[in-house]
Write a protein that binds this ligand. Structure first.
Ligand SMILES: [Zn+2]
Ligand SMILES: [Zn+2]
Length: 134
């Protein structure tokens, strides 16, 4: 099975460097992360649950603006390749299959600065949220 589930970019102002830059969003079964292509700030999210979310409640109405994207992916539940609703907020990421409504919910875990965006090794791990999110 393909272990890279979602991989996409969203161009917006970075919460860290405040530049408008591509934010690279990656979701895998065991982890999801968002990396700023300009400064390398990375936020890591860990899976909290996976279930069919008929009402779309997992994404929840948050007090802060979220990124709402539709990305093409192969659903890990129904196996259909099609659009998934990807919602990224400060505290959580959800990926929801439009076909069967199966939803992955990831919760914010930590953030770090990567010297190279591709590097796996956390350099200077910050466990507290930087406070730039509301
Ligand atoms: Zn940045
Ligand atoms: Zn599905």
């Amino acid at each position: 099975m393909n272990d890279r589930f979602i991989s996409t970019n969203y161009r917006t102002d970075c919460y860290h460097c405040r530049q408008v830059a591509d934010q690279h969003i990656q979701a895998m079964p065991n982890r999801a992360d968002v990396t700023c292509e300009a400064c390398g700030a990375t936020r890591v999210f860990v899976p909290r649950m996976e279930d069919v979310d008929d009402a779309g409640k997992f994404a929840g109405p948050g007090p802060w603006p979220v990124w709402s994207l539709a990305v093409e992916a192969a659903c890990r539940n129904c196996g259909v390749s099609g659009l998934h609703d990807l919602t990224v907020s400060c505290r959580s990421i959800t990926v929801r299959c439009r076909n069967c409504r199966f939803t992955h919910l990831y919760r914010f875990d930590l953030e770090y600065m990567a010297d190279e965006p591709a590097a796996e090794r956390p350099a200077g791990v910050v466990t507290e949220h930087s406070g730039t999110c509301p």
